[in-house]
Write a protein that binds this ligand. Sequence first.
Ligand SMILES: NC(=O)c1ccc[n+]([C@@H]2O[C@H](COP(=O)([O-])OP(=O)(O)OC[C@H]3O[C@@H](n4cnc5c(N)ncnc54)[C@H](O)[C@@H]3O)[C@@H](O)[C@H]2O)c1
Length: 314
Amino acid sequence: MATLVTGGAGFIGRWIVKNLIQNGKKVVVIDNLSNSIEENLKEFRNHPKFKEFVIQDVRNKKFIEKLFSKYNFNSCFHLAAQIKVQESLEYPERSFENNVIGTYNILEAARKFNTKVILVGTCMVYDLADSNTPISEEHKIKPTSPYAGSKLAAEILALSYYYGYNLPIVILRPFNTYGPFQKANMEGGVVSIFVKRKIKNEKLLIFGDGTQTRDFLYVEDCADYIVKAAECEKCLGEIINAGTGRDISIIDLAKLIVGDEDRIKYIKHHHPQSEIMKLICDNSKAKKLLNWEPKTSLEEGILILENWIRKSDI
Ligand SMILES: NC(=O)c1ccc[n+]([C@@H]2O[C@H](COP(=O)([O-])OP(=O)(O)OC[C@H]3O[C@@H](n4cnc5c(N)ncnc54)[C@H](O)[C@@H]3O)[C@@H](O)[C@H]2O)c1
């Protein structure tokens, strides 16, 4: 039986594909390439376990059902989503259609074929952390953008399939993830953007005062947690966070990457109302249930990323 990865040509998705293939799993990928390129999967295209790459949209319900009936997947990692916060504020319909309707289509097909769904949510659904108490799964929810709202709606819908139809579901909330293959343009991840600007000898731009903090998770650690969650029987119906348990302000991240404060420039925040000022993960549930732990420090991850950006010239 094969495993489906939606959004599998994307940044985190392609690392899940890699992890699954390395673990001997047969993989099918669906992606509409709205935020990625087929190149991201080049490494696996001729691998015997890589069954098919379908350029299609999770909003296409008929197609999704056809795909599930062709493969009768044992599990589906659902990552396909419109991920841009700024775009979600400008065009909320896109978040709703891709993230909610898309998830509904996956859940409906999964219900027909009794496929386990590992729903990749986000830490962006949480309210800011209070002082130094890391954010556990019980922390207050505060979706401050249609991106966060649509991802939360998708989670709730998935939980209703767990309780209402006994469909095997696991909900994951990774914290900010970074590493090779993440976009480094203005819509990409902050670590990639900063490293790329360092390489190009450009100033690092910080939105707002830079005191907002993030808990940065290296992408292979993130993929490891997501794949482990699919194999965990005790995780059905659970929501599980993952992060490192260490947060860093955006100013300190910039300093860590370029060293010199003269290379940092502060600019006006586009959407201060949607900024979460402090994000730090309590990962004790993931540690306990999945026997998982992040292996890569931020310093190590930045080095890997910098080498990759220099080589791949993205
Ligand atoms: N990057 C992070 O820091 C982070 C943190 C927490 C959660 N997440 C979640 O992880 C998932 C993957 O995020 P990512 O950072 O790899 O983003 P990404 O944009 O690189 O990956 C998403 C993929 O989904 C595809 N896609 C979008 N809409 C689609 C549709 N309607 N049909 C088919 N494919 C579609 C895109 O082309 C892209 O390849 C998302 O669900 C996101 O919400 C990301």
